[in-house]
Design a protein around this ligand. Structure first.
Ligand code: MN
Ligand code: MN
Length: 468
């Protein structure tokens, strides 16, 4: 039956799945892009590794360290790798920088388990490592799964030893044991938030004792001996090291149709990768393109590699110094205030298993394109950036005019919880900013799910944003 549409129905806003508009060529572009994205995820699981990979990708694409660039002109490409953790890139535009830049900011840190400064001990003839979790985790996620250790040890002689154990198929892995259900009567009666204690997240690392009955802690000593043989380190070296325990599995296709990617740490490396690829494609933009990949977002953007530090501002000052005949504080302020920004971060996708925590009319969906989030925050938008309607109008037109699949939503039902991104910290400078990223299922779990069409839409969206 062919029913005629009532003219009033044309007034409706009815978002559609982005998969509907994917012809064969676009489909192969989407799948090819996501293959590269998966290998990016597999090559960098920590903020340091992500920064290093971003920097090497940038340098292969003509970006030079800003410290080596004496003078900049339209088309110049520079990179600033701060403390091997925060990475900032720029492509100079043809318009005066005072008119503002187009800035995309993402973060490369991921919730994880960090080793404590004195981690190694022996108990009941087993050797273990003590951890302190980083960021918003559900502790039960970290039990009974294979873990890899990624880290760097900074020795007293000034050298640093990077170390990864557990990613190669021939490597051993580590784990935190879970309690057998047979003996979990007391534990099962506890509240979920109390069932697993932070001090219980200890990683199993060894079980063979030294063959000497006169020493105490022979298993711990045997582990130390192995570490010394392999890496030349002693127990004290843990005090100036950063070790992160992360899930030891790679990114995988999910679904019979392979429409999704499952991986650790897509929050926020999906936006890191897509924005990085977007700035690689920029030639000579009108307004200067700036891509910043910040650290420490998951713990409140604190520290000198986080967005709350003045590191980003310092980078912009260095840019201006090389671009103008003399550095001007006023020009820097004007440049920052006139800039437009996307806070490139993930949001919660509608999950059929947990739909009651989202409000259907305002929840983003997997497969519906890049997600705009006007506001985050908790309990009445507290601490939200809450982007202005004028800026959303600009972005909406930009994406629609360029056939970018996009959607808009909020992070969960009113009063259900909430969260934040670096948007409010970018807004400090006076620039307009809105959250714009990829919706995920199982965000902050060890296996977060994205839709390939959304990953590609984010890349397209960021590219279009840089070029206008
Ligand atoms: Mn995030
Ligand atoms: Mn997060």
């Amino acid at each position: 039956m062919n029913q005629t549409k009532h003219p009033a129905e044309n007034l409706l806003y009815s978002p559609k799945s982005a998969w509907h508009n994917t012809g064969q060529n676009l489909m192969s572009d989407i799948f090819a892009f996501n293959e590269e994205y998966k290998s990016f995820l597999n090559q960098s699981k920590t903020e340091r590794e992500t920064a290093a990979q971003a920097a090497s990708l940038a340098q292969n694409n003509g970006f030079v360290p800003i410290t080596e660039a004496k003078q900049l002109q339209p088309g110049s490409r520079v990179i600033f790798n701060y403390r091997n953790k925060a990475v900032m890139l720029a492509v100079i535009g043809s318009e005066p920088i005072e008119q503002g830049c187009n800035i995309i900011g993402s973060h490369n840190d991921v919730p994880r388990l960090d080793l404590k400064p004195n981690p190694l001990y022996e108990k009941n003839d087993l050797a273990l490592l003590k951890t302190h979790y980083y960021g918003g985790i559900k502790k039960y996620h970290w039990l009974g799964i294979p873990l890899a250790l990624h880290g760097v040890i900074c020795l007293k002689n000034g050298t640093s030893i990077p170390l990864i154990i557990g990613e190669d198929a021939s490597d051993p892995v580590f784990t935190i044991t879970d309690l057998l259900p047979h003996l979990a009567k007391d534990q099962m009666n506890k509240k979920m938030s109390e069932a697993i204690e932070g001090e219980g997240l200890n990683i199993l690392v060894g079980g063979i004792p030294l063959k000497n009955e006169n020493v105490t802690n022979p298993v711990k000593l045997a582990v130390l001996e192995k570490l010394n043989q392999q890496f030349g380190i002693t127990e004290e070296d843990f005090t100036s090291a950063e070790f992160e325990a992360v899930p030891a599995w790679p990114a995988r296709d999910v679904g019979l149709d392979r429409s999704m990617i499952g991986s650790y740490g897509q929050d926020d490396r999906v936006c890191v990768y897509t924005s990085l690829k977007a700035i690689m494609d920029v030639n000579v933009p009108r307004n200067t393109s700036v891509n910043i990949i910040m650290d420490k977002e998951e713990i409140g953007s604190s520290g000198n590699t986080g967005m709350a530090a003045r590191t980003f501002e310092n980078f912009m000052a260095e840019l201006l110094d090389r671009l103008l005949s003399g550095y001007s504080e006023l020009v820097l302020r004007r440049c920052l205030a006139n800039s437009k920004a996307l806070s490139a971060d993930v949001t919660a996708g509608m999950d059929p298993n947990y739909e009651n925590v989202l409000e259907k009319m305002n929840a983003c969906k997997l497969g519906y394109g890049v997600a705009l989030t006007k506001y985050t925050g908790t309990r009445g938008k507290v601490h939200a950036n809450d982007a202005h309607a004028e800026f959303l109008g600009y972005i909406r037109k930009l994406f629609s005019d360029n056939n970018i699949p996009w959607q808009i939503g909020e992070l969960g039902k009113v009063d259900q919880g909430g969260g934040g991104t670096i948007a409010y910290l970018m807004a400090v400078y006076g620039m307009d900013v809105v959250d714009c990223g990829v919706p995920l299922l199982g965000m902050h779990s060890p296996f977060e799910i994205s839709s390939k069409v959304d990953v590609y839409a984010a890349y397209q969206a960021y590219k279009v944003f840089f070029s206008h």
